[in-house]
Design a protein around this ligand. Sequence first.
Ligand SMILES: [Zn+2]
Length: 259
Amino acid sequence: MKLLVTLLTMLPLAARANSVPREPPANSKEVKNVLAVFAHPDDETWVSGTLSKLAYGGLKVTPVYVTSGDAGSDYSGAKLTGQALAKIRESEALKATSALGLSIPVFLRYPDGKIDRYYSEIRDELTSIIDELEPIAVVTFGAGGITGHIDHIYVGEIASEVSRSETVHFAVSQSRAELLAQYATKHGITFKVPEPVADADITHRVDVSLRGENRINAQASYKTQFPPVMMRAFADFVNGVPTEELVIPNSSNQLEEFL
Ligand SMILES: [Zn+2]
C-alpha cells in the first residue's frame, strides 16, 4: 500500500517532468529561439536528444519540415502513399516534436524528392522565418546529409546559406556509425550510415543521457517510418550510446551553455 501511495504521489511530478510548454511565455522577446530545418518528418531523429536538451534548457526550438514526406514508404501496414501519407507523417511529427519538448513544427509542404526545383522559394521562406524568430542558431544537415538523400543535402545547403547566426550541422561520426551498425546487427537487421563524417571533424559531442526517454518516445511516433524491430534497435542504441555529434564551424558562447 505504501508503494502504491508513493507511486501515486509521484505521478503528477513524472507527468510534469515531460511536459515542456509548447507556447512561449508572454514576454516572448526574452525567449531565445533555435531553428531546426529538416527535409522530412523523422529527420530530427538524428539530433533529437540535442534538440530536446536545448528545449529543456529553456530555448524555444522550432522545427521546420521542408517536405511532408509524400514520396516516402509506409511501414505501418496501412500502405498509404502521396498526400494521405504526408498527412499522417505530419501528425507523427507533431507527436514526436511534442515528446521532445519542441515547439509546434512549421510544415512548408514542398514536394518530397524535388527540393532542387524550389531552391529560391525555400530560401525565401526560410529567410522570412529567420527574420521573424531571429534564432541564435540554425540546426540542419551538413554535407552528405547523413544518408546521402538529395533532399537532406539541399535542405542543409539552403538553411546554412540563409543562417545569420550559429550554423549547427548534426552528424554521425565513423565510430558512432559503426556502433549503430553493431546495435542493428544485434537486433537482426542491417543498418549502415551512408555518409558518416570523420571523427576528427566532429566539434561537439553532446551528452544526451537525460533525454533518452524523450528520444525513444519521439521515434516511436513514426509508425509509418520505422518497423517495430528498428524502434527496438534504436531504443537499445539510445540507452547504450547516449551521445550525439555536431559540427559547428564557428562556435560562439550563445549556444555553448545549453549543450
Ligand atoms: Zn529524410
